[in-house]
Ligand binder design. Sequence first.
Ligand SMILES: [Zn+2]
Length: 158
Amino acid sequence: MDKVLHCTQCNQDFKSGGWYGCEGNPARKHAVERRTFYSESDRYQVQVIVETRIIGAGGNLVHVPGKIVEFIGGTFMTTDPEIQEVLEREAPMTKERYMDLRMTPELKAGRDRRIIDEQTELIAQLKARNAELAAKANEPEEEEREPVMAAAGNKKKK
Ligand SMILES: [Zn+2]
């Protein structure tokens, strides 16, 4: 039921919630592929880890300080699987949405113009192609001539 994750440090699979125990060290945390999270606000802050104590090597209590992450320019990158899991809930914004929000009206207008230009260009190409096909349909002799013969004909003309 729990999501299985893969550690890039020790190459072991571990379950969501079992953040510690990397390389057999109960106080060492696993790490996963780096992910980037996005937020509307530049310096979005999230409490990702609540202060706690875990049982470390030899049964000692290890103090785990709480952690608050702060986004920079609306983005935050981390390889910490625990933080990633919290940010999946707290900062679920997609990159596309983020980029869209970050674009100035000028950039947006430019992008929209570019898309329209591309579409106009494509339509023009299709129209030209259709016209070409229509013209060919009106010249049956050209259509029926075999390529080899056409090439030979061209050579003779030279
Ligand atoms: Zn590990």
